[in-house]
Design a binder for this molecule. Structure first.
Ligand code: FE
Length: 206
C-alpha cells in the first residue's frame, strides 16, 4: 500500500461529536479566565473527543506528499478558540515554533513525536526533552507552561492525525519559527484548506 494513501474512515461520519465539543469548549471558556483550569477541563473534553474515531470527515484527514497539513475544523465567532486537524505523512515535521496562545494537542490516529525547548534570555534554545504521544493522549502548550516545540509524525510507514485546540484563531496568530544558529523568523501559519466541515446540519437527527 502507498504509505501516503489516506487512512480514510467511512463517509458516514458523526459531525455531532465535534459540534458537542465546540459547544462545550465555548461554555468552558465563558466560565473561566484561569488558564490552569481551562487546560485541565479542556484536556478532558479533547480526550473524550478523540476517544472515538467516527467523526472526522475524510477530506480533513488527507495527507499531502510534501508537507504536513493543518485543516481548520472550527473557529469561534469571537476567535477565542480554534480547532484544527493536523495530518502528518511519514517523515513530516514542523520547524521549531511557538504559539503565543494556549494549545491542546490530542492524537486521533497514529502517534506524534514532540521535542520541547525553552528560550534563554540571550535568545538561545535549550532542549527540554521529548515525548511520543500515542492515540488518545493529550499534550498542552502555552507561554506559561512551555510554548516552543517541534512536532513530527511518530510513524514512518503511515500518516498520523491529531486534533489541536488553541486559544485564538491560530492560523492568524503572529508567531515565531526558530532555526538553528539563525534569527527567529516571524510567521503566520494560515490553513491548508478554505472550506470547513458542516457541523450544523442537524436535519438527520431531528
Ligand atoms: Fe505546535
Amino acid at each position: 500500500m502507498n504509505a501516503l494513501a489516506s487512512i480514510e474512515r467511512p463517509a458516514d461520519t458523526n459531525p455531532g461529536r465535534l459540534r458537542g465539543f465546540v459547544t462545550a469548549l465555548a461554555d468552558l471558556i465563558a466560565s473561566t479566565r484561569d488558564e490552569r483550569s481551562l487546560l485541565e477541563s479542556g484536556r478532558a473534553l479533547l480526550g473524550r473527543l478523540i476517544a472515538k474515531d467516527d467523526w472526522l470527515p475524510p477530506e480533513y484527514a488527507r495527507p499531502h506528499p510534501d508537507r504536513y497539513q493543518q485543516y481548520l475544523l472550527h473557529c469561534d465567532s469571537r476567535e477565542r478558540f480554534s480547532v484544527v486537524s493536523f495530518v502528518w505523512g511519514p517523515g513530516q515535521s514542523t520547524p521549531v515554533h511557538d504559539h503565543g496562545v494556549w494549545g491542546l494537542v490530542g492524537i486521533l490516529r497514529g502517534s506524534e513525536k514532540v521535542e520541547r525547548f525553552s528560550r534563554l534570555p540571550t535568545g538561545g534554545l535549550v532542549p527540554e526533552g521529548e515525548a511520543l504521544l500515542r492515540e488518545g493522549e493529550v499534550d498542552a502548550v502555552s507561554p506559561r507552561i512551555g510554548d516552543i516545540h517541534r512536532v513530527s509524525n511518530g510513524r514512518d510507514d503511515a500518516p498520523s492525525v491529531s486534533i489541536h485546540v488553541y486559544g485564538g484563531n491560530i492560523g492568524a496568530v503572529q508567531r515565531t519559527i526558530y532555526v538553528p544558529n539563525g534569527k527567529p523568523k516571524p510567521f503566520i501559519s494560515g490553513y491548508a484548506s478554505n472550506v470547513l466541515p458542516n457541523l450544523w446540519d442537524r436535519s438527520k437527527e431531528l
